[in-house]
Ligand binder design. Structure first.
Ligand code: SAM
Length: 291
């Protein structure tokens, strides 16, 4: 079945009396090249487990099932479950989970599949994400330490630009630092809004996030690091001397000492700091707290 073709999608909608839900971010892909880019970009191979977020009518699931040993597709919309059962019936390696991905214990799903011997390779997460929850999905996977080798996902281009931004650019912020702390970030492709049904307002981008085996910086306390990052960017127009005051209860005087210890000029702003510099600040904060 050519699930990417507009005529197929319309026929499925009519047969199942299915209406696309804007609030669930249902914009379906109609360009098979994009599907191929996501599957090949993810590196999913014949021994791997693919976890797909938001399968829709199963266009990416179908291609992933051809490439991988096993595919688990997590879909929230109950009206799509009978459709997926129909469109994916010819695959014996696909399991559909009817659930909210944000409430799903993905580590438990992976452990269950490994115990059942459904795959012997690594885990690749992929999806054309519902845009309204892109950041919570990504940060949830990273913060929970889900055992995946990579996460290859389509999102609004503007969010992708923020994730891959470098220090000094307007797009650089807490999301860039957080994702780059956990992952090596690479852009797989840009996707025009014209290839979705219905057409969204903005273009998209596919990013491959490869989970790092070793973190790029050594931290005394990860939480202190993230609080400094959030604090710094929380008031991004302010200098660090100002924006860090109050973070973890630091007084203005303590911020001055911490920045001096980290070798960072207090007149700088968060958007100019590299991950190493944030780490130096966070470690100075942690040291100060233990003194
Ligand atoms: N993969 C399909 C495609 O590319 O054509 C559909 C992608 S569509 C952008 C996003 C999908 O995620 C929809 O099927 C939507 O119902 C589903 N979805 C939205 N919120 C979800 C959630 N919290 N948990 C799981 N799936 C969700």
């Amino acid at each position: 079945m050519n699930l990417h073709e507009r005529s197929t999608i319309e026929a499925i909608k009519a047969r199942h009396n299915f209406k696309l839900s804007k609030s669930l971010g249902q914009n379906f892909i109609t360009d098979y090249g994009v599907i191929e880019d996501i599957v090949s970009g993810s590196g999913a191979g014949p021994d791997d487990l693919v976890i797909e977020i938001g399968p829709g009518i199963g266009v990416l699931t179908d291609a992933a099932a051809d490439a991988a040993a096993r595919v688990i597709a997590i879909e929230i919309d109950d009206k799509l479950i009978p459709i997926l059962n129909e469109t994916l019936a010819h695959h014996d390696n696909v399991r559909i989970i009817h659930a909210d991905v944000l409430k799903t214990d993905i580590s438990a799903v992976i452990a269950e599949e490994r115990a059942a011997g459904t795959f012997s390779g690594s885990v690749k997460i992929m999806g054309n994400l519902p845009y309204y929850i892109t950041t919570p999905i990504i940060m949830g996977l990273l913060e929970k330490g889900v055992e995946a080798e990579s996460i290859t996902i389509m999102m609004q281009k503007e969010v992708a630009d923020r994730i891959k931004a470098a220090p000094g650019s307007k797009a650089y912020g807490a999301l860039s630092v957080a994702v780059q702390y956990y992952c090596d970030v690479e852009q797989v492709c840009l996707v025009s809004k014209e290839v979705f049904l219905p057409r969204p307002k903005v273009d998209s981008s596919v990013l491959k996030l490869t989970l790092r085996e070793n973190k790029p910086v050594e931290l005394l306390d990860e939480q202190a690091f993230f609080e400094c990052v959030r604090g710094g960017f929380g008031q991004r127009r302010k200098t660090l001397s100002n924006s860090l005051t109050g973070v973890r209860g630091l007084s203005r005087e303590q911020v001055k000492d911490v920045l001096a210890k980290a070798g960072i000029d207090g007149v700088r702003r968060a958007e100019t700091l590299t991950i190493d510099e944030f780490a130096a600040i966070a470690n100075a904060v942690s040291e100060q707290e233990t003194n």
